[in-house]
Design a protein. Structure first.
Length: 117
């Protein structure tokens, strides 16, 4: 396998709500399995390395926090690996977290916590 520096072809789509229509800013990224080489030809990417490069999510979250803080004037605080807007009650965040509750319920079922196999 030959490694070389290429230009990527990608598109992003920013959303303001979750699948359950709860308020949730997030972005979907569509990255084509193509890289433009220096000589103008295109080649396939080694997608395994891209998926293993977890820093991409951290870079995205840092940029989002920067936009919210500097661009819109919100005060931001760390919340584990994510961030929260200061002043929004935790209970309000939980009220608008239907999708999160669905995910947690599915994890409980999958782990057998509810007596399911």
């Amino acid at each position: 396998m030959t490694k070389e520096q290429v230009k990527l072809l990608a598109a992003t789509y920013r959303y303001g709500s979750s699948r359950e229509l709860d308020p949730q800013i997030h972005t979907h990224l569509m990255l084509q399995n193509l890289g433009l080489r220096a000589d103008g030809t295109w080649g396939a990417l080694n997608e395994k390395e891209l998926f293993e490069f977890k820093a991409l999510g951290a870079v995205y979250r840092a940029e989002l926090v920067s936009e919210l803080a500097k661009g819109l004037g919100f005060e931001i605080e760390a919340d584990r690996e994510y961030s929260r807007i200061v002043g929004i009650p935790k209970e309000l965040g939980e009220e608008f977290s239907k999708r999160r509750e669905q995910i947690e319920a599915a994890k409980r079922i999958g782990s057998g916590e509810w007596g399911c196999e």
